[in-house]
Ligand binder design. Structure first.
Ligand code: NDP
Length: 492
């Protein structure tokens, strides 16, 4: 059988058996406004920007751009709601509202999944089976904590902190909104959330549900705009906490901006995870895990297993299996349920990735890519792996945030631990071996917030997530995810 992939048409109706998700039930507004004080309001700037579908470059809608005055309105509405209602409400009542949001997200799951895929370019299978269910699960999980905070932190008096400014990236727009909003509300805080300019639509859809859930006005405010809007939010002087997910570069700017102020912060930043495969690993299972680890969401994943370390004795067999598996991946219309690899989120991100591909080749690494037709419109990058990579190569050091895997080899455990830790990042890692002792040895020596063993990219709202070093600080998820939104006083 030929390993060549059947050519794809742009509309994704690939020859074998197209299975396009219907978009008939999707109601996209021509124009989306800001969600402030429980209402959709026009931006004072009167400016709007286009949100496009990255798989065909068609305009989906126009999105309001929040000016500094809009940011001020949003923060003052959050402060008012905090003082008037939310901080005074009995916790179990707060919990009911969050449960309501969770149920509404579930009810509208299909619409959310299709919108997420149209706006962000990720395969519908992923938005349907991962992003949306995990977003709902986060709301359910934190709704449950709302009236149990004193049990989470015994002998302490957990107090809310006030208004949280929350800034999220484009790779998991709805899920990141849930990760931010759910724990903040459960702990009695109010929020102003800013999604990324390329993927605002599902956050605004969530705003519609928040309105439907009848939350007191101002408890959740969602303001759209670019980095400048985020900067205005960070610099506002009535914010008590900044929760940021995004690049290490912007994370550092934010830390500088809030230094010396009485503002709590959580920073979920970039990563360059080591995925380590030993010769005794179940190789076929590991190959699936490596593929999932780097190509899930086109590699737009902060914890992507982008540095693969293969024990030298199994290097040939692992790379052969990986290349075979790459050739079976289907790249195309993200709305097709067969699609494995969707579109790159934006032209800008595609340029960044292509730049790294050129750097990798110039550095002398050997490139292998899925052999497929690239659709004529939209932003696409075939799954790529590089061999002949050394520790000093930029493609092994810097976060690419695309479907690009850099493969290196190792002989001993000591060597791989030192190579895995040779990075400014410390977000995640993976280990593949049949020996439990090796797993415990490695997990205690690798500096990463999350380490998966014989699996990869598994998320659960009960499990804390976050980094070390330049991958940030603070945790989201689990009981630990409540901490950044609370002041804990000793009970006298
Ligand atoms: P950016 O840091 O560029 O942007 C993140 C968010 O910050 C966006 O909403 C962006 O707005 C906004 N922003 C940009 N500049 C500023 C500023 N000066 N002040 C305040 N806000 C600003 O990251 P990306 O959106 O490109 O996301 C990719 C990065 O996010 C990767 O490095 C990835 O590793 C990281 N990430 C980390 C995760 C984690 O949990 N550790 C999870 C997911 C992603 P806009 O987009 O509108 O310009």
């Amino acid at each position: 059988m030929s390993s060549k992939i059947t050519p794809l048409e742009f509309n994704g109706c690939w020859d074998l058996s197209p299975a396009l998700e219907s978009t008939k039930h999707i109601k996209l507004k021509k124009q989306y406004e800001l969600f402030i004080n429980g209402k959709f309001v026009k931006p004072k700037s009167e400016n709007y920007f286009a949100s496009i579908n990255p798989s065909n470059e068609e305009k989906l809608s126009m999105i309001a751009e929040a000016s500094d005055n809009d940011v001020k309105d949003a923060v003052s509405s959050a402060r008012g709601a905090y003082n008037k209602y939310w901080s005074k409400m009995p916790p179990k009542e707060r919990g009911k509202y969050i449960f309501r949001i969770a149920r509404l997200v579930q009810e509208k799951a299909k619409e959310f999944a299709v919108l997420e895929t149209m706006d962000g370019g990720k395969p519908i299978r992923e938005s349907r089976d991962i992003d949306v269910p995990l977003a709902a699960a986060h709301f359910f999980y934190y709704a449950g904590w709302a009236d149990k905070l004193q049990y989470a932190f015994p002998n302490r008096n957990p107090m809310s902190i006030g208004v949280a400014g929350q800034i999220i990236p484009w790779n998991f727009p709805l899920m990141m909104a849930a990760w931010k909003i759910a724990p903040a509300l459960a702990t009695g805080n109010t929020v102003v959330l800013k999604p990324s300019e390329t993927t605002s639509i599902t956050a605004l859809k969530l705003a519609e549900l928040i309105q439907e859930a009848d939350l007191p006005p101002g408890v959740v405010n969602i303001i759209t705009g670019d980095g400048g809007t985020g900067e205005n939010l960070v610099n506002h002087n009535d914010i008590d906490k900044i929760a940021f997910t995004g690049s290490t570069k912007v994370g550092k700017l934010i830390m500088k901006a809030i230094a010396g102020k009485n503002i709590k912060s959580t920073m979920e930043l970039g990563g360059k995870a080591a995925n380590i495969i030993f010769e005794d690993a179940p190789l076929d299972q590991a190959v699936e895990g490596i593929i999932n680890g780097i190509f899930f969401n086109q590699g737009h994943v902060c914890c992507a297993g982008s540095r693969l370390f293969v024990q030298e004795s199994v290097f040939e067999v692992v790379t052969r299996k990986l290349k075979d598996r790459i050739q079976s991946l289907i790249l195309g219309n993200p709305l097709d349920k067969n699609t494995d690899i969707g579109a790159i989120n934006s032209k800008e991100q595609l340029n960044t990735i292509n730049n790294y591909l050129n750097i990798g080749k110039k550095e002398g690494a050997e490139i292998f890519q899925l052999d497929c037709n690239i659709p004529a419109k939209g932003f696409w990058c075939p799954p790529t792996l590089f061999t002949n990579v050394s520790q000093s190569h930029l493609i092994a050091k810097e976060e690419i945030f695309g479907p690009v895997l850099a493969i290196q080899t190792f002989r001993t455990i000591k060597e791989v631990i030192s190579k895995a830790n040779n990075t400014p990042y410390g977000l995640s890692a993976g280990v593949w071996t049949e020996k439990g002792s090796k797993i415990f040895n490695l997990t205690s020596k690798i500096n990463a917030g999350v380490i998966w063993a014989n699996t990869y990219n598994k998320f659960d709202p009960t499990s804390p997530f976050g980094g070390y070093k330049e991958s940030g600080h603070g945790r989201e998820g689990g009981l630990q995810g409540l901490l950044p939104y609370l002041n804990l006083q000793h009970v006298k």
